[in-house]
Structure formats: C-alpha cells, structure tokens
Design a protein around this ligand. Sequence first.
Ligand code: GLY
Length: 564
Amino acid sequence: MRRLLSILLALATALSPVGTPVLSARQPVHAKHGMVVSRETHATDAGVAVLESGGNAIDAAVTVALALGVTHPAAGNIGGGGFMLIRLANGTSTFIDFRERAPASASRNMYIDPATGKATNESVVGYRASGIPGTVRGMELAHSKYGKKPWKELVEPAVKLAAEGFPVSYGYAQSLQGKGTMDRLSKFPESKRIFLRDGKPYEMGEIFKQPDLARTLARIRDNGAKDFYEGETARLFAADMAAHGGDITLDDLRGYKAIERKPVEGSYKGYGVITSPPPSSGGIGILQMMGMLEGTNYEKAGAGSATALHYEAEVMRRYFADRSEYLGDPDFFKVPMTALLNPKYIASRRESIDPAKATPSESLRPGVLAPYESNETTHYSIVDSEGNAVSVTYTLNAFFGSGVTPTGLGFLLNDEMDDFAADPGHPNMFGLLQGESNAIAPHKTPLSSMSPTIITKDGKLYLVVGAPGGPTIINQVFETILNVLDFGMNMQQAVDQPRIHHQWMPDSLSVESTVSPDTIELLKQKGHVVRLTNSIGDIAAIRLDGQWLEGAADGRTEATAKGY
Ligand code: GLY
C-alpha cells in the first residue's frame, strides 16, 4: 500500500492533476552572446553573471548547479547526481556521468521484506534510499577539464545565496505546503527544522537563509570536492548515516568517481542528434523513437492533431517496452545499443504501428533484437559567446529526495536507489517496469531517464534541450525537438505546445488538458486510454537561430531564460 502511495505521489509530481490550463503565449528570450535557462531565477542570474564576466558555459554550469542546490532544494542539489552533456565550440562533444552509485553493501534484494516477499518503502524515503551523491565530483571533473575561471569564484555565488538568503518565490512556498512534501520532510527533524522552519513553512517573499549549507559550500569552495568525499563534510555525512541505519560509508564516499563517457550520436532528417548514453535510457529512446517516425509522414497531419499524437504515443509505447528489458548500467550489463538502433529493427517496430488503432501494451513485448553486439529532477541549458553548449539534468529523484538532511550539513539526500529495479518485474516509484538489467548491485549506477540532448544543423550548434520529470523526460525532450524540426515552431512555441506521455506500462496515455477535447475524443476512438493531466514536465531549451540565441523557459513552472 505504501509503495502504491509513493507511485501515485511520484506520478503526481511528474504529471500534475487537471485544473487550470497552463499554456502560455510568450516570445522566446533573445540574446546575442550567452544564455542560461534554469528552473530558478537567482540561479539563472548567477549563471549569466559568470558568462558576462568571461566564464565559459562549463563555468556557468558549475555555478548554476551549486546555486540551484540552494534556491531550488526540491531538485537542485549537492546530495544527488546527474548528467552533463557538453558540446564545445570546436564541434567535439562529451558526457559527464555524475549519477549516484549504489554503496558497497548494496544487494539485489536489499529492499525486499523477507516476511512478505514484497519491496518496502526504504528505497524511496529515509537514510537507506540514497545512492552515493555525485554532483560535487561531477562539477569538479567538468571544471578541471573544460572550465576557465577559478573554482572558488564559481562556488562563491552559492555560498552567498545560502548565507545571505533569497526571497522565497510563490511556487517554492506552495511546494513546501503540499501534503506530500510536509509529510516527507517532517519525518526527519533536521529537514523539518531547515526546510519547514519547524512546522511554519516560509511564505512568498520571506528570506530563506541556510547557514549549515553555507558552511558546507564554503568548505567545498575552499577545499574542492575533496571536502565532500574525504574531508569534514564526508566525515559528518558518514557518521550521520551510521547513526541512522544508512548504508553509505566513508569508503563509499572516498571511492566515488564521476565518469566521462562518449555521447550517443545519430541523425534525424539531416539534423545531428547528440544525446545521453547509458546509464541514461533517454538518448537511445530519443533516437529509436525518431527512427520509428521517420518516413511515416505523421507531421503532415499537423502539430497537436490526433494523427500526429497517435504516432508519437505509439513510438513511445514501443520504446518503453524495450527500455524495460534492455537498458541498465553499461559497466554491469551489456546494453545492446547497436541492435536497439539498428535501422532494420526500427523499421520492424514502425511496421507494427496501426495508423488507426492503439496497440494494447499487453500485446506488445520488448522487441526481439539481433544477437547482442561484440544501457524530481531539474534541467538547465547554457550557451556561451564562443559557442560552447552545456545541457545538464541532475536530480534528487523524488521531490525533496529521500527527505533526509544529514545533521549539520544543510543539504537534502537523494532517493535514487528507487531508480533501480528494487523488486525486478514490479513497478518502481514512477510505475516503470524494469528487469534484471537494472537490478541492484554494489557500485552499480541506477538506470536513468535523464536525457540532456543537443541538436546540430549543418554541423553547427542548433538546439540545447532537457527536462526533469522521471520517465516523462525522454518524451518531453523528444516532443520538443519534433516541434521545432517537424512543425517549424520557434523555441518558446515548442516548449509551450501541449505534451503527451506514454511509457508502455501502465497502458494509459497522459495528455495535457490543453489538448482540444475533439482531439482527445479522436485519440479515445483509436483505442487510447486517455488520462488528462494539468502539466507534463519542464523543458529548458535554447535554439541558435542565425545570429540570435533563442531561450525558452517553461511556463509550466517558475523557470527563467536570461541572456546578454
Ligand atoms: N531520477 C529520475 C531519473 O533519473 O530518471
């Protein structure tokens, strides 16, 4: 029952219930030199200030990550992890995997209650839910290889925001007062004290200061990532874990490494697609879904038409079936990437789409591949004046993560262990079915849907895009790219366009309530089980339109796009 409640809570976070429509009609933000789009305005400002003072996009990305950890504590973090996709002005690309890893003591059935044989809630809430955080190491790796400015200068804005505080926004105040958040944070005295002000949550406009976090960030500023993984912060963290039955030890922290990987690359209708490799399931998904659409002429029916949405839903359904079986940490499981992206295989999946009827998910299994060849969140996008582009998605998993704040450290911990198949074959927090490829093992990385992506046109930077929202991320990124490439929208229109989401199981099509009622009726007539939702996700995107950077923050949240 508790597990069912947490699935509903997670879906409610990624898909908000029907109420007032959220669609806005705005112009994109235009700038000539540099642009930052992020979920919170102080973090966006801090990133733009780095660019204006001569920092590059990687420098700005470090500042925005640490600032969001202060001003957007529901998802911005130093207690979680994520992915950074970089495309340098010289045309080369790289991917920094700073996702959380399972502690050394982790095991396949660590969340199964021996008495019932069922998974407990421990992968979702509390000290045992966290993987080893990677954000600080990831930022350090990105900075040391690709940054320009001194580390201390890049960390300082976050220290200042934590020490001096910032005015709480309407959205942040609302999020604190939600029942799910109150319940989660109230379980842990340190989280209740800091984030709920001991039961009197901050109102809009009040100044939120975080002195514990300011001290932690100041140590990271002065001593680098070493403090978080081996120094004072690491010692306090490990001691608090041990005192509360958590699994992460000092050795786990010391051993944590961010990994530089090669992005997955492909093309769609002549555009280059540079995207996220395993342990993200997003890049392979985006390329496979694009491949299934290519040649269907689905776009001729028009953006938002029932025909176009039907095709999009059918390719989503097919990819998510494959995701359940074939994706996992590539260092532990041989992800059949070539087979999943094989044009013949993709064509066979395309041929199984009925233009008139939804394929019931029950009748659709993961595809039969050629033999294996010899893998609550926030996103920000940055482009600098040299043409370097950075797309970062990082996360605590659930809204406010595991709910735990280690004593005296001031930052929330992730509950990323739930992104593993805590109980293979049974749905996780997002209702995703996952198999042995994503079973828990020591030092393993949980499979992710985070999908930072970059599109090129004629070999030049064109689009930088990404989103939070669990499994909806893959589809949000996919749909936003289609809106620009196939439907000719500008960046803001592409972000504002109503979204849908299908993930194979459960067999229902989430549809934003701004989709017209007659389109919804047509989708139902095709056999889709439609579930209306107020909003899906939160895209942060930048398009390079000729000389101009065109930034688009998502009107579904308080995100901002700013440039200079
Ligand atoms: N925690 C959400 C994801 O990585 O997909």
